[in-house]
Ligand binder design. Structure first.
Ligand SMILES: NC(=O)C1=CN([C@@H]2O[C@H](COP(=O)(O)OP(=O)(O)OC[C@H]3O[C@@H](n4cnc5c(N)ncnc54)[C@H](O)[C@@H]3O)[C@@H](O)[C@H]2O)C=CC1
Ligand SMILES: O=C(O)CCC(=O)C(=O)O
Length: 409
């Protein structure tokens, strides 16, 4: 088991939002026993208290790690998002602090695609309003506004991991799949890319959004886009709430322009299951409302727990940053018989030269060296004889431009 400059039982891991037990198991198996586990997200004052002395933090989509919160996290080494989206973390601020952010880029992909597929069928049959009627003692037995999905056109916006899975599944039901993406994408199955959003909206019977939250996707869907959708078409959003102008969606549904919708994500979501859900979509029978559970299946959560906890343990034990979303990616072999020094610095010319000069002047032999950079930071990993590790660490700390350093014995 890897030995650290800090004993493993002193390394505090803060896990929030009920991440799956597999995460705890993976971390404990790796020797990390100082785990503070919370079933829900924490109110900001409690978060600030708990994160102050945490070395690692794991969260899902509810916890907001703003620059301010990160600045309180004096000992933070890495962040694990136990989900796909990383928009809840100020990843640029984390990078500047030398803190890598990891996620699970595809462990819940299938769960979201399956949910959306089911919703397409339900909405095409007008089931949500029939279900609501029956609950109120009504009986809406009628074929009006009820259609098979076979032969209908699905328009996917954001043809990434989820969008492509959904496209393949929809084709197995006989749907025609068209997609819009800012990148040129390889169409899977018989899908085809349409380069104009307006043309896609004019053509599709069902529109499903699968874009990330970025400055570009904020409010990308409003009154203009809803008006461009076909009369009596269906709208689904299981991406991020900020992508859609929810008032404009509500209007498009109330006017009857849209036949129905399924919405899993909202501009403002309740912080806990005890808080009230407030939305202009409440009370609309033809809308399926789900509480951000696109990725909430046993299979997905179990896999995410293993994947993200594994990445945190690996970064802690060996410095590997593979698949970090905001950090230079370094794949590292196991180090045997040497100590490994990790040095994160501002990406300015000459830092590596200064390190090598300092080591050479002090007679510290470098057995191996790895360097990767992004525009803002550089990440150097070096191996030295264990009897020179403390001295080498001191030299590294004194290098101008250093953000943080760590040693693994
Ligand atoms: N409801 C839920 O529980 C879940 C929601 N999500 C959300 O779904 C999003 C998509 O997930 P993945 O498919 O895994 O992401 P991905 O990164 O594989 O795919 C996103 C696609 O959107 C495209 N894109 C980006 N900006 C665009 C724009 N302005 N217009 C059109 N296309 C654009 C990208 O080029 C990419 O092809 C995540 O970022 C996350 O926010 C993910 C998992 C669960
Ligand atoms: O399961 C969660 O908490 C969030 C899922 C999600 O939205 C994501 O993976 O991006």
């Amino acid at each position: 088991m890897a030995k650290h400059s800090l004993d493993k039982d002193k390394i505090k891991i803060l896990l929030l939002e009920g991440v799956h037990q597999t995460a705890v198991d993976v971390l404990e198996r790796a020797g990390y026993t100082n785990i503070e586990y919370h079933k829900a997200s924490l109110p900001e004052d409690e978060l600030l208290k708990s994160i102050k002395d945490a070395h690692f933090v794991g969260l899902r989509s509810r916890t907001q790690l703003t620059a301010d919160v990160l600045n309180h996290a004096e000992k933070l080494v890495a962040i694990g998002c136990f989900c796909i989206g990383t928009n809840q973390v100020d990843i640029a601020a984390a990078e500047k602090l030398g803190v890598p952010v990891f996620n699970a880029p595809f462990s819940n992909t299938r769960s979201v695609a399956e949910l959306v597929l089911g919703e397409i069928i339900m909405l095409m049959r007008g089931i949500p309003q029939r279900n609501a009627h029956a609950h109120r003692g009504g009986w809406l037995k009628s074929a009006a506004g009820s259609y098979e999905v076979r032969g209908k056109t699905l328009g996917v916006i954001g043809y990434g991991h989820i969008g492509t899975q959904l496209g393949i599944l929809a084709e197995t039901l006989g749907m025609k799949v068209v997609f819009f993406d800012i990148e040129d994408k390889l169409p899977l199955g018989n899908a085809s890319q349409i380069h104009s959003l307006e043309a896609l909206l004019n053509e599709a019977d069902v529109i499903s959004l699968h874009v990330p939250e970025t400055p570009q996707t904020k409010d990308m869907f409003g009154a203009t886009e809803f008006a461009q959708m076909r009369e009596k078409s269906i709208f689904i959003n299981a991406s991020r709430g900020t992508v859609v102008d929810i008032e404009a969606l509500s209007e498009a549904l109330k006017s009857g322009h849209l036949a129905g919708a399924a919405i899993d994500v909202f501009p403002v979501e309740p912080k806990s299951n005890d808080d009230e859900f407030v939305s202009p979509l409440r009370g609309l029978d033809n809308v399926i409302l789900t509480p951000h559970i696109g990725g909430s299946t046993a299979e997905a959560q179990e896999n995410i727990g293993i994947e993200v906890a594994g990445k945190l343990a690996k970064y802690s034990d060996n410095g590997s940053t593979v698949s970090a979303v905001n950090f230079p990616e370094v794949t590292l072999p196991q180090h045997k018989g040497t100590s490994r020094l990790l040095h994160i610095h501002h990406n300015r010319p000459g830092v590596l030269i200064k390190i090598n000069q300092a080591f050479s002047e002090k007679g510290i032999n470098i057995a191996a060296q790895y360097l990767q950079t992004t525009a803002d930071i550089g990440y150097v990993v070096m191996e030295v004889d264990s009897n020179q590790a403390e001295q080498a660490l001191g030299e590294l700390k004194a290098i101008d431009g250093t953000i943080r350093t760590r040693v693994l014995f």
